[in-house]
Design a protein around this ligand. Structure first.
Ligand SMILES: Nc1ncnc2c1ncn2[C@@H]1O[C@H](COP(=O)(O)OP(=O)(O)OP(=O)(O)O)[C@@H](O)[C@H]1O
Ligand SMILES: [Mg+2]
Length: 226
């Protein structure tokens, strides 16, 4: 199983402040399948994504990445999994502020050992597809929210990871750019046989995806499958 979880539970806080966000989720994501995750604000979508993305350890339950359960993995092993197996688009872009756009992208390619020629070709291709060529030498702080989001999408797919997790990747974009981003994410999943799990509040994205998941009251439901 390239990505999945078994009886995943997550609680934040302790004592009277304790809040159970995920109430035992079991789901499997086959390679090449694209899923859309919806649910009310505060329902746990980002929490689920960050656990699947090895950024947060769950309170209990098991996460599978590339056929291995990861609960015993060390911090260094989790970092290696994140660098090589996962592309993550954060809800708030989270580019490195002290590097310019091109350097942010180069770092991802260098981490997985892409040759300089391949790396530069991919950066140029993504900058053209997502229309941020003119921003390559600028620091993220000088970009608009939508430009930052497009760069964040490029960063997530640049190393062609087998798992792509995108948290509201179109939230800061107009519909034209939103569609470009979604097409690119779906194309990546299809070409690389990667898992794509995308969080959104926008029902217009539904036709682009194979599968629709909904979080409600801490539980995961499958609402349709084509
Ligand atoms: N680090 C944290 N510490 C404590 N509580 C948290 C933390 N992160 C999230 N929560 C709580 O967990 C619940 C789920 O949050 P989460 O960010 O996963 O929701 P979401 O579905 O992504 O919402 P949105 O659509 O607004 O992005 C919320 O009640 C939130 O307050
Ligand atoms: Mg969220």
């Amino acid at each position: 199983m390239i990505l999945g979880c078994d009886d995943l539970r997550h609680e934040f806080g302790s004592g009277a402040q304790r809040e159970c966000v995920l109430h035992g989720m079991t789901v499997e994501f086959p390679p090449g399948e694209t899923s859309l995750l919806m649910g009310p604000s505060g329902s746990g979508k980002t929490t689920l994504l960050t656990i699947l993305g090895c950024l947060l350890r769950p309170t209990s339950g098991r996460v599978w990445i590339a056929d291995k359960p990861i609960e015993q993995a060390t911090a260094a092993q989790l970092q290696e999994i994140r660098r090589t197996k996962i592309g993550f688009v954060f809800q708030q872009a989270q580019l490195l502020p002290f590097l310019n756009v091109k350097q942010n992208l180069e770092l991802v390619g260098q981490n997985v050992g892409l040759s300089p020629g391949t790396l530069q070709a991919r950066i140029a291709e993504l900058a053209e597809q997502l229309n941020f060529q003119r921003q390559l030498s600028q620091p993220p702080g000088q970009l608009s929210g939508g430009q930052r989001q497009r760069v964040a999408v490029a960063r997530a797919v640049l190393h062609r990871p087998p798992i792509l997790l995108a948290d509201e990747p179109t939230a800061a974009l107009d519909w034209e750019h939103g569609q470009q981003v979604v097409r690119l994410l779906v194309q990546h999943a299809q070409e690389c046989g990667a898992v794509l799990l995308t969080v959104t509040h926008d029902p217009r994205l539904l036709p682009f995806f194979d599968r629709r998941l909904l979080i409600e009251e801490g539980r995961l439901m499958e609402t349709s499958q084509s």
